[in-house]
Design a binder for this molecule. Structure first.
Ligand code: HAM
Length: 425
């Protein structure tokens, strides 16, 4: 029986990898424009880290984590908790009070796989730690928007505030009272959530629950003065940066660490998986994990979703991978020389390919075309014995003789110079 990949775990094949690399490169470029530095953390962390940060009563912790129960470790379902753990462990704030960190990598959640939803997926994650001004929120959101714009993706932005430990608990009580009176209209999950995580009922996608929460009290109306001011200033700062947004008072993130500003970048083009990226403020999290009382805000975008959207919109041609030169050795006597030359070409920085099979010229040129080689160097036995080879421009099909004089290194340098001058646009 053939062994296949696990359901929800996907290979990213060479034909798609170009798009992924393009997205990652754009992200790195933009994040660095905003002063972010890369951080890389392990994939496995102590389970407790996620329980204490994401929250015990969240779907992620309750049913989606890949946990080695006997070892007390879990494959990270997201990056924020790990970034905070590393930040605290290494006392990064001592070196620099405000840290701007980004990371790119795989995350694991045992969800039902479907289009744009996987069990191993990849996030671009950006976090600003140690700054609490509303303009920071706007700047971070603007960075996310800039990336989406530069990828050519048309995505809308929704914004909400989840308040703080001052204004959220009394709101929660009011909401629970409201929901308790309407239990019969709620789905089974939301009946349970009324007790465990009532805010989650607000963003249940089931039509019956949506109808109920339309009438529910709004947290935005009962924010404490500090949260209210913060939210107003974030909105103003976004307007100043000309970032369009909509307020969505029903947006509740699936992770418990959020306070104040939360946001989602949404698309209508991925079926049920509307969120391309999402994030928010988590002002109490670092302290809760045993660190200093510093605030933070961040977001993560799903690489699979970005790649799918780009593919659908097909609005960016990803430059095809090409090779500089294909060395076609004909006959058995030329192969050693061709091998040395190819090695020297690579040492000089050329993308060079060679075929050792001794196939016909026609077959080798076909191969050169398949791998997008700009040039082929044809080393035929007769020419080689006369100290010559033929350089063929694969686009124009023009051929010119090349003297095989000097050392292989000199020849490689000369060839590369010819290739680079001719290939320049
Ligand atoms: P999240 O909303 O759970 O937030 O995930 C962020 C993004 O990751 C989603 O918008 C989606 O694009 C992608 N994503 C999530 N789950 C899957 C999945 N199963 N398959 C494919 N893509 C997925 C967080 O993870 C927070 N840590 C974001 C954050 C950073 N908040 C503050 N800082």
């Amino acid at each position: 029986m053939k062994i296949q990949a696990i359901n929800g775990f996907k290979d990213i094949l060479p034909e798609t990898v170009g798009r992924w690399q393009f997205i990652e490169q754009q992200a790195r470029d933009i994040f660095e424009r905003f002063g972010f530095q890369e951080i890389r953390m392990p994939i496995l962390e102590k389970t407790e880290l996620f329980v204490r940060s994401i929250g015990e009563a969240t779907d992620v912790v309750e049913k989606e984590m890949y946990t080695f129960v006997d070892k007390g470790i879990t494959m990270r379902p997201e990056a924020t908790a790990s970034v905070m753990r590393a930040f605290i462990e290494h006392g990064l704030h001592v070196q620099q009070p405000v840290q701007r960190l980004y990371t790119i990598g795989p995350m694991f959640r045992h969800e039902r796989p479907q289009k744009g939803r996987l069990r191993q997926f990849h996030q671009l994650d950006a976090e600003i730690i140690g700054a609490s001004e509303p303009r920071i929120d706007a700047e971070l959101i603007a960075m996310g928007k800039m990336l989406l714009d530069e990828l050519g993706l048309n995505v809308s932005l929704e914004l909400n505030s989840l308040g703080c430990p001052v204004c959220r608990p009394p709101f929660k009580e009011r909401l629970v009272l409201f929901l308790e009176q309407r239990q019969e209209a709620l789905c089974d999950d939301c009946k349970r959530r009324t007790r465990t995580n009532p805010l989650r009922v607000l963003d249940c996608k089931k039509p019956s629950c949506r109808a109920v929460v339309q009438e529910a009290p709004s947290l935005l109306e009962v924010l404490c003065p500090d949260c209210d001011r913060h939210f107003a200033e974030v909105r103003t700062a976004l307007e100043e940066l000309r970032i369009p947004f909509q307020i969505n008072r029903f947006m509740v993130r699936g992770l418990d660490y959020y306070t104040r500003t939360t946001f989602e970048f949404l698309t209508a083009n991925l079926g049920a998986q509307a969120a391309v990226g999402a994030g928010g403020r988590y002002d109490g999290l670092i302290e809760q994990l045993g660190g200093p009382p510093l605030s933070g805000i961040g977001f993560a975008m799903g690489l699979e979703r970005l790649a799918l959207l780009m593919e659908q919109q097909d609005n960016r041609s990803i430059p095809a991978k090409d090779m500089d030169i294909f060395v076609a050795a004909l006959g058995t006597t030329t192969i050693a020389f061709a091998g040395q030359l190819t090695h020297a070409l690579r040492q000089q920085g050329a993308k060079a390919a060679i075929d050792y099979s001794g196939r016909s010229l026609k077959a080798q040129l076909k191969q050169a075309g398949r791998i997008n080689a700009r040039f082929a160097l044809i080393v035929g036995e007769d020419e080689w014995s006369k100290g010559e080879a033929i350089l063929r421009d694969m686009q124009t099909q023009k051929q010119q003789p090349v003297a095989l004089s000097g050392s292989t290194e000199e020849l490689a340098r000369r060839l590369l110079a010819m290739v680079r001058t001719t290939a320049a646009p």
